[in-house]
Design a protein around this ligand. Structure first.
Ligand SMILES: Nc1ncnc2c1ncn2[C@@H]1O[C@H](COP(=O)(O)OP(=O)(O)OP(=O)(O)O)[C@@H](O)[C@H]1O
Length: 425
């Protein structure tokens, strides 16, 4: 009897021990699985979003249309593989930024041994590169006289790689080999805004496209100022740094680079004509200095002339009659031949005039400019919606493809920006 009961006790004990061991194993398996799926989620989040903040404060405000564009998203998806160039196994990703490193020989091949020059800027030459995959990118080869070391270059690439927005010319890769530093960007097939404003080989930019370009640029800068962490000041906003994509969407280029412009011996960085006078006197560059340059760019879109052609003198003369508000039609680009909406032109000019105020404090923030420009486009759409007469419809049917693609872009803007109510800056 005693032997029977001790056998029972041993049996129960063994059962309990096995049960406990199984429970522990089950618990461990569960925790391991949960951790794996958390890691998976966080890395995919890292690849598809960028930390956001509003007004420099850590808050949850998400800017209206910040996103990774398709090209850069693909490079993130294909982490660790040679997606752009196909073939080479050497490419790898800079930690946490999703930016690919490419071997020199691949870029050499894609640029036909650096003969496919698109242009030359302060930082060096830019080449068009045709990849083995059929993709096209732009390769900026930084001048070798740059004082930047390897460590600084990699830091810069990591920072640039974190900036993603549909209105920025996003960085997708880099190369640091054979003493060369190269930055690889999304290719902007329609070239720069300055070529569209001043090169006669391009069609005249319509008024509605000019307003849309202004809004695109404002959104890109708003992201750099208020969305990026840490925030970024551009330091060289001007039409040659605004590039246009296949559908004439505008994107801000040349942001986030350490400025070592050898053309300016005075240590003043930026381009004369666009430079905030306050920065020239104080040598302190702020977000409001970018706002000043943006104001000059707005006037350039309105008047179709640049600072070297007396733009600002022209504006100041007109401002005497307008008190900053109405009557700006006299500065309108004569090539538009009156084909613009007077109200829109006055609203945009009044905004531009506020941006170039001598006092930085009185200039609007970029988010205010986004609201004003969104409102201009929104009002236009509402006017069209409610006041369409049969003759309007006939005109609309006769409009060019570009105009109709513009309209669909306007619809996109409205759906993205439901908060663009009227704002007085
Ligand atoms: N991603 C790109 N896609 C297409 N063209 C580009 C791209 N990046 C630059 N370019 C072209 O290359 C040329 C040189 O550009 P870069 O930005 O180096 O200098 P810049 O803006 O002309 O002058 P600066 O250096 O004084 O700002 C410009 O004509 C520009 O239009």
């Amino acid at each position: 009897m005693k032997a029977k009961s001790s056998g029972l006790i041993i049996g129960i004990s063994i059962g309990v021990v096995i049960g406990v061991v199984l429970a522990i194993i089950g618990l461990l398996c569960f925790r391991l699985h949960r951790r794996r799926s958390q890691i998976g989620n966080s890395s995919s989040r890292r690849a598809s979003t960028v930390p956001m903040r509003a007004n420099g404060v850590d808050s949850c405000t998400v800017l209206s249309d910040s996103s990774i564009d398709t090209e850069s998203a693909r490079s993130s998806i294909h982490n660790g593989t040679s997606f752009w160039f196909g073939g080479s196994k050497k490419s790898h990703v800079v930690a946490a930024s999703g930016i690919l490193e490419y071997p020199y020989r691949d870029i050499q091949k894609a640029t036909s041994n650096f003969t496919s020059t698109i242009g030359q800027g302060a930082f060096g030459s830019v080449y068009k590169a045709q990849m083995g995959t059929g993709e096209t990118v732009a390769v900026k080869v930084l001048a070798t006289d740059s004082k930047q070391g390897e460590k600084e270059f990699h830091t810069e690439v990591s920072l640039l790689g974190r900036l993603h927005h549909r209105n920025l010319v996003n960085l997708v890769g880099y190369c640091a080999e054979k003493g060369q530093h190269m930055l690889i960007y999304v290719y902007m097939s329609k070239g720069s805004l300055s070529s569209h404003l001043y090169n006669e080989k391009h069609d005249l930019l319509s008024w509605s496209l000019r307003v849309q370009i202004a809004l695109d640029v404002a959104r890109g800068l708003e992201y750099l100022h208020d969305g990026a962490v840490p925030s970024v000041v551009h330091r060289d906003i001007k039409p040659s740094n605004i590039l246009l994509d296949q559908s004439m969407g505008a994107r801000v280029a040349d942001f986030g680079l350490s400025r070592e412009d050898s053309r300016n011996a005075s240590n003043i960085q930026g381009t004369f004509g666009y430079l905030d006078p306050e920065y020239i006197s104080s040598r302190s560059y702020t977000k409001k200095s970018d706002v000043y340059s943006f104001g000059v760019l707005l006037f350039e879109l309105i008047a179709g002339r640049n600072p070297q052609q007396g733009l600002l003198e022209h504006v100041e003369l007109a401002a005497l009659n307008t008190e900053g508000q109405v009557g700006w039609e006299e500065i309108a680009d004569s090539r538009l031949d009156g084909n613009f909406d007077e109200q829109e032109l006055n609203d945009m000019a009044a905004l531009a005039h506020k941006c170039i105020n001598r006092s930085p404090r009185k200039r609007p923030a970029m988010r205010d400019t986004v609201q004003v420009l969104s409102h201009i486009i929104k009002s236009r759409h509402n006017k069209k919606h409610y006041k369409r007469s049969p003759s309007d419809i006939a005109i609309t049917i006769g409009q060019s493809d570009r105009q109709s693609s513009m309209d669909s872009r306007h619809r996109r803007v409205e759906s993205l920006d439901s908060t663009a109510d009227s704002i007085d800056v």
